[in-house]
Unconditional design. Structure first.
Lengths: 484, 193
């Protein structure tokens, strides 16, 4: 080791001072009070009828009561989270959208298999402040029922607008909901969002957030509430439909003394329930789970366990400031049941997911970040930052491809593809055993994930990107042209 | 000399900046394209290939007569550290550029608190210069040679700092001076630049 010519006046006591500083952050992070207010089911809802889901949707800044705190957030129709939309396969959807934000915006229908063009899932639309746009599209008869969602997707502003609160569920009801055990279970929706508010209750400006890591807020809400309570019915089966609508925060979920029986990944029904103790949800991902009341009556906490999505290289075990909450489990919600119940049996057969044919085409994508000429610091796919004028990848409609996505960086990246869902084939060469459809897959640092994706039904230009939305805004996105 | 702020005061300053501390950037040269078809672009690729001109390039301390020999420790894979080294060289510093995988050990050895940490650590004239500090501030600091302070730091990697330029994003940041007790004060603040 090199010896330095320097004065020896730094004492080891500085380490202790550092720890005291960390303490301040910790207190900040846990200062939000425990409130359980209005009933969960009072969430606003728009349902289709006679084959049509039609509504007015206005994006605007609006004061909301965020668990007892007055907050000025970005909302759809004044609501945090946004109104839940429900439709069925075969329905027409008409959304009369008004942008009353101070920035341009648009809508993305995350997970829906609809056209990426025109007035459907068109992320290239730019709806300026004060402008209106009528979204109109058909949900195909073949659209599987599931938990999907909608949020803004105008490149460069996505993270800021989601962090302001703009996100809502888009539920497709279908035959999967008619499975007797699922139908009998009590259904609850959990929209996970995190916020960081200044003293006036406004979201902290992007300029004060860590965009490199991806912004995280210290106020975590479930349906706009801190630690809401969910009760299990006498039948003893609870169906939780969970959405991670945070811009960057990962959730590693666990319920005390209970297992999750996962029945859907990203809204797509599994072949059979899978028992898991923990559930990792990256931004953009959804999970549908059943919870059985198979313990003593009481209250059980839904916890968010620590997860390290990038250890910052050289800082190693010393911990990163502002992210110290990853060391402590946080209570997100409480599940309770009053009396001993006889839980319903779990369903055994849910769906039949079949494998896809071996593709002719294999593409490779490398996720990383670095300096690029003309752009500077950027997040990159195959060494290039996003550019709106380029077509980064061209595929042929009605073909199947394998995409091998490698993360050579030092942070985890959840990779999301619009319009078409895919199956995971392998991780680091190890075959994936669970047959499942997804639209967002976690590619951990150092990992290679191979996915198989069929391009079906819809031609046109769309995108794939990292769903840590600051990374997406900073360039980790590509244009995908699906040629007819 | 400058007045030391309480630790609590700096919490809000540091919280934004430090969250990303220590991310170092890996260049993505040499993507191994052994695939049947690569992702060729159809549109014009010759966009904006001009080098990014940094707002930090202008000379603001022309009369600096202090030490110019600086040792910079950085990870071999740190791209933005290299850009910062170029920035420092442009301003007349002679850099001994040491690439090491032992950045954590280097920071521990120099008692760079985790709250102050960035990617690279530089040593000049016995002082610690942590992260993406504008060269001009280093000169101003060394001209004063404060004996109650041990160095400067720009915690984390705020976008827009020297070596961290990205498009037109300019995150406000503060250059913090720190002493051997772990106390910190604001040496210079950049709100817009």
């Amino acid at each position: 080791m090199v010896k330095f010519n320097r004065r020896q006046f730094i004492s080891l006591s500085t380490v202790g001072v550092g720890a005291a500083l960390v303490g301040n952050w910790l207190r900040r992070g846990t200062s939000s009070q425990l409130v359980t207010s209005r009933a969960i089911n009072s969430q606003p809802l728009y349902k289709s009828s006679n084959g049509l889901l039609e509504l007015d949707l206005e994006a605007r800044e609006h004061p909301v009561n965020l668990s007892g705190k007055k907050a000025h957030l970005l909302t759809y129709n004044g609501q945090i989270p946004a109104p839940r939309l429900e439709a069925q396969p075969g329905d027409k959807v008409r959304i009369h959208f008004t942008n009353n934000l101070s920035q341009p915006t648009n809508l993305h229908y995350h997970g829906l298999h609809i056209s990426p063009t025109g007035s459907a899932d068109n992320v290239f639309l730019r709806i300026n402040p004060g402008e209106k746009f009528n979204y109109e599209f058909d949900i195909a008869q073949t659209q599987p029922a599931g938990t999907f969602w909608y949020h803004p997707h105008l490149h460069g502003l996505v993270a800021e607008q989601l962090f302001g609160g703009l996100a809502g569920l888009f539920i497709v009801r279908g035959k999967e909901d008619e499975i007797p055990e699922i139908k009998a279970a009590k259904e609850e929706f959990l929209v996970l969002q995190d916020f960081s508010l200044d003293e006036r209750g406004r979201p902290l400006s992007s300029m004060h957030m860590s965009l490199m890591m991806g912004r995280e807020g210290d106020l975590i809400t479930v349906n706009g509430q801190v630690n809401p309570s969910f009760s299990l019915p006498a039948e003893g089966l609870l169906r939780l439909r969970i959405l991670n609508a945070s811009t960057s925060r990962f959730y590693r979920l666990m319920i005390e003394k209970h297992s999750f029986y996962q029945i859907a990944t990203d809204g797509n029904t599994l072949n059979e329930p899978i028992e898991v103790r923990e559930l990792l949800l990256t931004p953009g991902q959804r999970a549908d789970v059943l919870v059985k009341a198979d313990n003593q009556p009481g209250q059980y906490r839904l916890l968010n366990l620590p997860y390290d999505r990038g250890n910052m290289g050289m800082m190693g075990g010393r911990g990163m400031m502002g992210r110290n909450n990853r060391d402590v489990p946080k209570v997100l919600a409480t599940v309770n049941y009053e009396s001993a119940v006889e839980p319903l049996s779990l369903p055994t057969k849910l769906a039949s997911i079949s494998g896809l044919p071996e593709p002719l085409t294999v593409r490779r994508f490398e996720l990383n970040h670095g300096m690029t000429p003309g752009v500077g610091m950027a997040f990159l796919i195959n060494g290039e930052p996003y550019h709106s004028n380029l077509i980064h990848t061209q595929v042929q409609l009605d073909t199947v491809e394998d995409w091998e996505i490698t993360n050579t960086g030092i942070m985890d990246h959840p990779f999301h593809i619009h319009v078409n869902s895919f199956q995971i084939i392998s991780r680091n060469g190890q075959p994936e055993s669970l047959p499942a459809w997804r639209d967002t897959v976690l590619v951990r640092r150092g990992e290679t994930v191979r996915i198989r994706i069929p391009f079906r039904d819809f031609a046109g230009k769309t995108v794939y990107h990292c769903h840590i939305l600051d990374h997406e805004d900073l360039g980790m996105m590509g244009n995908l042209m699906i040629n007819a | 000399m400058l007045k030391l702020l309480s630790q609590i005061t700096i919490v809000s300053v540091v919280i934004a900046a430090v969250v990303g501390a220590g991310i170092y950037l890996t260049s993505t040269q040499g993507v191994n394209k052994t695939v049947s078809n690569d992702n060729s672009a159809v549109a014009n690729k010759n966009l904006a290939s001009a080098t990014l001109v940094s707002v930090w390039d202008k000379e603001t301390e022309p009369d600096y007569l202090g030490t110019t020999e600086m040792t910079v420790y950085r990870s071999p894979s740190c791209g933005c550290c290299g850009v910062w080294v170029e920035h420092a060289q442009k301003h007349g510093f002679k850099i001994k550029d040491i690439k090491t995988e032992e950045m954590e050990a280097i920071k521990q050895q120099h008692n760079v608190l985790a709250e102050l940490a960035s990617c690279h650590t530089a040593i000049i004239d016995g002082y610690i210069m942590e992260g993406h500090i504008p060269a001009d501030d280093i000169k101003r600091f060394l001209a004063e040679k404060p004996d109650d302070l041990v160095g400067l730091a720009v915690p984390g990697m705020p976008i827009g700092t020297p070596g961290m330029e990205a498009r037109d994003i300019k995150q406000p940041f503060q250059v913090l001076a720190f002493n051997d007790k772990g106390e910190v004060e604001v040496f210079k603040e950049y709100q817009s630049y």
